[in-house]
Design a protein around this ligand. Structure first.
Ligand code: NAP
Length: 277
């Protein structure tokens, strides 16, 4: 669907590394913005930046792990800005660690923020979208959801879940005016990857490379406007590896290991250990 001034976009994770770029890309389209984060320390500053460009934007501090807060958010956004035309489920958290060392609370956080919240927020906005026969859902996944790298079990599982969730949504609501897209970035020079790099001094494997957050933001806009099912964003082509994995999982896993993502996360864990983190 074409993004037009006057439409309302609800963006989660707006204050994050990717979220700020998505916010600015959306602001260029003149849409009304519901900017969500938790705790959202930098959110008001972002809101003021886009408001200074003449864009109507409201900041919402909402813990997406909490069902009551999610319901309140959906109601409040509609009351403040009107019905949601586009929902972008971008908020995400991760823990790079051996799976057996994660606490139940760590795992629960990742499941709730990365998968439960997108599914439940989608459920809250869908009836209105269907009644108006117009709407788009964007789910921010990750290549981790395709390849399942080492030390990323909860994160990879939730990101794989978002890919399947998006595909089901598209199939169910085909022809209804409501659709969905999933964005699948590799390492991006912002947010989660930038923090891992800063904390550990480890850089993403050269064979995979990194993308710019602006590229991801533009991909989100294009996915909405062209109703693209899935956008993979990575400087090096990874689709051949994904195809190989479908036909020959063992060879795919061997090649994925050679590309270096497993080693990257292993090094991050080692450095964290050495630093007592
Ligand atoms: P980020 O900089 O860490 O930002 C995460 C965002 O989520 C922040 O706005 C944060 O709010 C918000 N958030 C965290 N917990 C929340 C909660 N309980 N309730 C509500 N909001 C919460 O991450 P990012 O790198 O921009 O990632 C954005 C998305 O892209 C994620 O889904 C991530 O998995 C995906 N992705 C990132 C990369 C990458 O390399 N960066 C690669 C592939 C996919 P606060 O700012 O208030 O903490």
């Amino acid at each position: 669907m074409k993004l037009l001034p006057g439409q309302t976009v609800l963006l989660t994770g707006a204050s994050g590394g990717l979220g700020t770029h998505i916010t600015h890309a959306l602001a260029e389209r003149g849409v009304k913005l519901a900017l969500v984060a938790h705790p959202g320390v930098d959110l008001e500053k972002l809101r003021q930046e886009v408001a200074a460009r003449g864009v109507r934007a409201v900041a919402y501090q909402c813990d997406l792990r909490d069902a009551a807060q999610r319901r309140h958010l959906a109601q409040q956004v509609e009351a403040d800005l009107g019905p949601v035309d586009v929902l972008i489920n971008n908020a995400g958290v991760e823990h790079t660690a051996p799976y057996h060392e994660l606490s139940e609370a760590d795992i629960d956080d990742v499941l709730k923020v990365n998968l439960e919240a997108p599914m439940m927020l989608t459920r809250l906005v869908l009836p209105g979208m269907l009644a108006r026969r117009r709407g788009h859902i964007v789910n921010m996944s990750s290549l981790a959801g395709k390849s399942g790298p080492a030390f990323q079990e909860p994160y990879a599982a939730t990101k794989a879940g978002l890919i399947a969730f998006t595909s089901s949504l598209r199939a169910t609501y085909r022809g209804s005016g409501v659709s969905a897209s999933v964005i699948v970035p590799g390492f991006v020079e912002a947010g989660i990857y930038a923090s891992l790099k800063a904390q550990s001094g480890c850089a993403a494997p050269a064979l995979l490379g990194t993308s710019r957050p602006e590229t991801v933001a533009q991909a989100v806009i294009r996915a909405i406007e062209r109703d693209t099912p899935e956008v993979i964003i990575n400087p090096m082509p990874v689709r051949p590896l994904l195809v190989l994995t479908i036909f020959c999982p063992r060879a795919g896993a061997w090649l994925a290991n050679k590309l270096g993502a497993n080693d990257f996360f292993r090094r991050v864990v080692q450095v964290k250990r050495e630093r007592g983190g």
